[in-house]
Design a protein around this ligand. Structure first.
Ligand SMILES: N[C@@H](CCC(=O)N[C@@H](CS)C(=O)NCC(=O)O)C(=O)O
Length: 443
């Protein structure tokens, strides 16, 4: 069936209040896929109210969903631009609404997380084999970006589920780009996480790899990088077999607190072959710095970029801009993510600062760690930790730092340390190897 479930949304194009209607059966709109969008608009304008259709579940046709969203985004943009002057006068009212709304949203978010999230049926539960292999693709509502890689790797088809600002996701993207791979990006709403309804694992990044007979889910940034890097090293190896070397182990600590750990996640699996041109020492060093990047450097970021309410809000507005959230999320969803995200991260940033024993001046902790990294490169006398070319450790550190690029923290870091030449070199090498990027606006 073409549209299994649809939502019809009336957009406030001419100041009409927004209204969402749920339909379980829209078979009468079956013909819509074959008519141009402008005609769809005309068709609906023909009715008294300018009702436009938004297809929220086009399982068989994500491209059409993208076109529709883009069309709506442009319409909203036009109507927003018309009402700009009215908006200026209402900023105080907006603040009040946001203030009250925030409480409501956090409350709702909490209830949703507690009750609803666990009720969605994951299609990729851990099976007895612990392998996260499934035969159906995850339902994808909307692809935010596509990268057409410069390197062909046995038609490796990857979909990355990510939050734009997430440093773990940046790290994975740095790796995919450096490797010249093709991939689609699905932007996950960090508050509702509705794009992860199909998955039992609720963190990002997640990568789904399309295989010949099914789909392989990869969880955890370091596991994703290690398994794909192992596969690229020796494409004779079967990715499904490689994945089995990274089992997820659930545990309970002495206080009864449950957790889970992905084993071997910093290890590359070289199979029977010896890794080409690499010494054992360089492999161990790479592993050590990748772990340092996750366990130490990563923890210095949040207490810095969310240090004050202004910095937190500034950071989220920047994420919105860089991540094209205007086109990806509906206007209210975007505002919710920005304000709720900024508030939550402001609070969490303070807690993380304590938990990870950062100095009172969190900036200083960041500078100290970066200087420690630079000192090691200087001692080696090379451009990168990996030597003349970056290795997975350089990419991990780059992932961390690039996630804060554009914030005040980043500017301070560049002024107060000598990281800039390394960072610029990483930017240009990754840019030169990245495939062709097409954002939503281009397709
Ligand atoms: N060890 C994981 C950590 C991933 C992680 O913590 N991601 C954050 C976003 S930056 C997340 O999804 N947190 C859970 C949440 O938002 O509920 C990895 O390396 O991928």
């Amino acid at each position: 069936m073409f549209f299994p479930i649809c939502r019809a949304v009336s957009r406030p194009l001419r100041g009409h209040p927004q209204e969402v209607l749920e339909f379980s059966n829209l078979s009468r709109y079956r013909h819509l896929s074959s008519i141009p969008l402008q005609r769809l608009a005309l068709l609906e304008n023909y009715k008294r109210r300018p009702l436009l259709l938004s297809v929220s579940h086009t399982v068989n046709n994500p491209e059409y969903a993208n076109k529709l969203r883009r069309f709506f985004a442009q319409k909203n943009f036009q109507s927003d631009a018309n009402s700009d002057s009215a908006k200026k006068g209402s900023s105080k009212a907006k603040l009040l609404i946001v203030g009250f709304g925030l409480g409501a949203v956090i409350g709702l978010g909490y209830v949703y997380n507690k009750n609803m999230r666990h009720k969605s049926a994951p299609i990729a539960n851990l099976d007895s084999d612990n392998s996260l292999w499934f035969t159906e693709p995850p339902p994808i509502d909307f692809i935010a970006k596509k990268v057409i890689g410069s390197r062909e790797t046995r038609n490796l088809q990857l979909t990355l589920f990510q939050y734009e600002p997430c440093p773990f996701c940046k790290k994975v993207r740095a790796f995919l780009d450096y490797a010249g791979l093709s991939y689609d990006v699905v932007e996950v709403n960090p508050v509702t996480k509705k794009q992860l309804g199909w998955s039992a694992y609720k963190k990002v990044p997640i990568i789904v790899v399309k295989g010949e007979e099914g789909y392989q889910q990869l969880n955890d940034s370091s596991m994703i990088i290690s398994s794909l890097a192992s596969y690229l090293e020796d494409a004779q190896q079967d990715l499904r077999k490689i994945v089995k070397y990274y089992p997820q182990v659930d545990f309970q600590d002495a206080d009864g607190k449950k957790g889970s750990e992905i084993m071997n996640r910093y290890f590359l699996m070289f199979g029977d072959k010896d890794p080409a041109g690499r010494s054992k020492e360089s492999i161990v060093e790479e592993r050590r710095w990748r772990k340092w990047s996750d366990d130490v450097l990563m923890h210095t970021l949040s207490p810095n970029i969310y240090r004050t309410w202004e910095e937190s809000l500034e950071a989220f507005n920047m994420f919105s801009k860089n991540g094209d959230w205007e086109h990806i999320f509906s206007p209210w969803e975007r505002q919710m993510v920005i304000y709720v995200g900024a508030a939550v991260m402001y609070i969490i940033g303070k807690r993380l600062k304590k938990r990870h024993n950062l100095l009172d001046d969190a900036r200083q902790s960041l500078y100290n760690e970066v200087n420690y990294f630079l000192k090691t490169i200087n001692a080696k006398g090379t451009r990168f930790i990996g030597g003349d070319e970056p290795n997975l450790a350089d990419l991990a550190v780059y992932g961390c730092i690039s996630s804060i690029d554009g914030t005040r923290t980043f500017n301070d870091l560049m002024l107060n340390t000598k990281l800039s030449p390394w960072y610029e070199a990483m930017c240009s090498i990754i840019d030169s190897r990245r495939g062709k990027l097409s954002k939503l606006a281009d397709h």
